[in-house]
Design a binder for this molecule. Structure first.
Ligand SMILES: [Mg+2]
Length: 172
């Protein structure tokens, strides 16, 4: 079960303390796209997302949209000027390792931020990087995600009983 525990838990990517991540010497941010940056039905980057990514760039972070979605889904997000990595196959660690090697970052310099325990957090923990869970932006999910959500419910229930992770009790 430990593999599902995030290092950090925040309400959303729009309400996070990125200075704290800088202090932890994080240099590369991997963002899940669906329900982390935008809702599942949002086809284009929102103004809020544009603003945040600009800010992060100014702060000196390298930003990668690291999504399991196919290339087609990520094309409209290329206008943000960040690296868009599609078909990432989270929770497998293969693509995590691939981008770290390609852009030359060490594990301890990388943080994945995402809304799913079974893909984003599990994958990040497997890859040995810092993991941050956020609450999903919307209730709507991709069909396969719905299955993960159901399983996630059991993990959350177990963590709740063990007082490890509670919905809405954020930590850094
Ligand atoms: Mg997601």
């Amino acid at each position: 079960m430990k593999r599902f525990i995030p290092d950090m838990y925040q309400k959303s990517i729009y309400e996070m303390d990125y200075k704290a991540l800088k202090k932890k010497r994080i240099r590369l941010l991997l963002f899940d796209l669906d329900n982390t940056c935008v809702g599942y039905h949002e086809k284009y980057p929102t103004n809020e997302m544009k603003k945040l990514f600009k800010k992060l760039e100014k702060m000196g972070f390298t930003v990668i949209i690291f999504s399991n979605a196919p290339k087609k889904r990520l094309i409209p997000f290329q206008e943000l000027g960040v690296i868009c990595h599609h078909s990432s196959m989270k929770p497998f660690s293969y693509h995590f390792k691939k981008v770290m090697a390609k852009y030359q970052f060490k594990r301890e310099e990388v943080c994945i931020i995402g809304d799913q325990l079974f893909t984003d957090i599990r994958g990040g923990n497997k890859a040995g990087i810092v993991t941050c869970l956020v609450d999903p932006l919307t209730e709507e999910d991709f069909i396969f995600t719905k299955i993960f959500r159901a399983m996630e419910g059991f993990v959350f229930a177990k963590f709740f009983r063990q007082d490890i992770l509670k919905k809405g009790r954020y930590y850094e």
